[in-house]
Design a protein around this ligand. Sequence first.
Ligand code: 5GP
Length: 131
Amino acid sequence: MVDESGVNEAEINESASEPSIFTKIMQGDVPADILYQDDDCICIRDIAPKAPTHLLLIPRRQIPRLADASDADKALLGHLMLKVGDIARQVGVDEAFRVVINNGANAGQTVFHLHLHLLAGKFFDESTLGL
Ligand code: 5GP
C-alpha cells in the first residue's frame, strides 16, 4: 500500500526491521562526527551539510517517520525538542536556527529513521519556510 506521501508501506516496514544508517552509526559500525549522545538519542554532523551548521538529532529507537510515533514516544519526542535547543546553545547558534523534520519521501525524507535537522549559520527568510 502506498501512503499519502507516496511511500510504500512495505518499504517502511522493511527499513524499520533492518538497522538504518543512523543505527549503524550508533552501533559504531559506520563512522560519524558525534557531538552528543545519551541513553535516548545521538547528535551527529550531517555528512552533506545544507548550512554552515547542519546537525542531526536522532533517537536511538528506530521510529521510521514522525507520523509513526505514538503516545509511548511522548517523553522521547519532548526530550528531542529540549535537547535540540540545548545543543544549539552549546554550539552557539541558539539565536537563530531551524529545526526540520522531513516526513515521507515526498517531503524529502531519505533516511527512514526519525531525525531532527538543526540548521544554522545562514539567514533563513520567512519566505523560504515552504521551500
Ligand atoms: P532526510 O533527507 O531523511 O531528512 O535526511 C537524511 C540526512 O542524513 C541527509 O541530510 C543526509 O545528508 C544525512 N546522511 C545520510 N547518510 C549519512 C551518513 O552516513 N552520515 C551522516 N553523518 N549523515 C548522513
